[in-house]
Design a protein around this ligand. Structure first.
Ligand code: KMH
Ligand code: ZN
Length: 279
C-alpha cells in the first residue's frame, strides 16, 4: 500500500464555536463537512460531538445517531473519540464504544494538556483495548508523547493484538504538555514505531496549531499517513482562518499527491486497517 490514508478530525472538544463560527457542531454540520471531506480525499472521520449549546458531549443517543447519519451519507470509516474532553469520566468514555463505530481512539497515557490534564490510567487503557476487541472495533492508538510508544508495546505484549491483528497509531504532536510538533520529533516517533511496535504497524501524524505543516511534511517523508482538521488547527495560514475542514483535507491530499503517495479510497483504507467489512 503506497498511498496516503487521510483522517479528518472536524470538531474536537476544545475549539469554541463562538470564536470559530465555521466549526461543525450540529449533526447536519458534521455530515455536511464529512461529505465534503470525503470528496476532498479523506477516508476516516474522527468524531467528537457537541450538545445544543455547542459544548462537548458523550451522549449515547447522539453518538448512535451520528454513526448512523455518517454511514447514511458517506463511505467514511467512522472513528469515535473515546478521549472526549478533559472533563469526561472513564465510564462515559468507555460507553462510547456501545455506539458501534468502525474505529475508536485509544490514548496511550496521561498527558498535560495546556492548563488541564488528559487522564488515561493504565487500567482504563487496558479496558478500552479489550472492549474494542470484544466489539470488533479497530483502535487508533493516540500517542501524545514518546513514552506512549513504550506503553503500547507493553499493552500489546500483555494483552494481545487488537481486532484485525493490525496496529495503527496516530502521533498527536504540538500539544502544550506533550511532544513537540516538528520534523525531528516525527522522526523519533517513526523510529520508535519501527523499533518497538509489530512489523507492519502504520502511523499517521497531526500537528496542533502552527505545527500542522511541518508534521504533515515530515510524516509523508517517513512513509506515514495524515490527520488534519479543525480539532487540531483553525488557521490555514498566518492570519487566515480555515474556511472549512475540506480545505485542510484538500491541502493534505495535494501534499500526498506531490509526494507521489496519493490519498487512498475508503475501500483501500478498510483493507489497510483490516476492518471487519474490508471485503
Ligand atoms: N480532547 C482531548 C482531551 C481523542 O479524541 O481520543 C482528547 C482527544 C483524544 O481529542
Ligand atoms: Zn479527538
Amino acid at each position: 500500500m503506497s498511498g496516503t490514508l487521510i483522517t479528518v478530525a472536524p470538531t474536537g472538544a476544545e475549539v469554541d464555536k463562538a470564536e470559530v463560527p465555521v466549526l461543525p457542531v450540529t449533526l447536519d454540520e458534521l455530515v455536511d463537512t464529512a461529505v465534503k471531506c470525503e470528496a476532498a480525499g479523506a477516508s476516516i472521520v474522527h468524531v467528537h460531538l457537541r450538545d445544543d449549546d455547542a459544548k462537548p458531549t458523550l451522549d449515547p443517543v447522539r453518538l448512535r445517531d451520528a454513526v448512523a447519519a455518517l454511514r447514511e451519507s458517506t463511505d467514511l470509516i467512522v472513528q469515535l473519540s473515546t478521549g472526549g474532553s478533559v472533563r469526561d469520566g472513564e465510564e462515559a468514555r468507555l460507553a462510547v464504544l456501545d455506539a458501534e463505530p468502525d474505529m475508536a481512539s485509544c490514548t496511550m497515557g496521561t498527558v498535560n494538556f495546556g492548563d488541564d490534564v488528559f487522564t488515561n490510567r493504565w487500567e482504563f487503557v487496558v479496558r478500552l483495548h479489550e472492549r474494542m476487541r470484544e466489539l470488533a472495533v479497530v483502535p487508533e492508538y493516540e500517542l501524545f508523547d514518546l513514552g506512549h510508544l513504550a506503553s503500547l508495546e507493553r499493552l500489546l505484549d500483555r494483552h494481545g493484538l487488537p481486532f484485525g491483528d493490525h496496529v495503527h497509531v496516530d502521533f498527536v504532536l504540538g500539544v502544550p504538555g506533550g511532544a513537540a510538533g516538528d520534523a525531528s520529533t516525527v522522526s523519533a516517533f517513526a523510529e520508535g514505531v519501527r523499533r518497538y511496535l509489530p512489523e507492519g504497524t502504520t502511523f499517521s501524524a497531526t500537528g496542533i496549531g502552527r505545527t500542522t505543516l511541518p508534521v504533515m511534511f515530515a510524516s509523508l517523508a517517513h512513509g506515514g499517513h495524515l490527520r488534519v482538521g479543525m480539532e487540531d488547527t483553525t488557521s490555514y495560514a498566518r492570519r487566515e482562518p480555515v474556511t472549512g475542514n475540506d480545505q485542510l483535507v484538500a491541502r493534505a491530499a495535494a501534499a500526498a499527491a506531490l509526494a507521489q503517495r496519493p490519498a487512498i479510497t475508503t475501500v483501500e483504507a478498510r483493507k489497510l486497517l483490516r476492518m471487519r467489512d474490508a471485503d
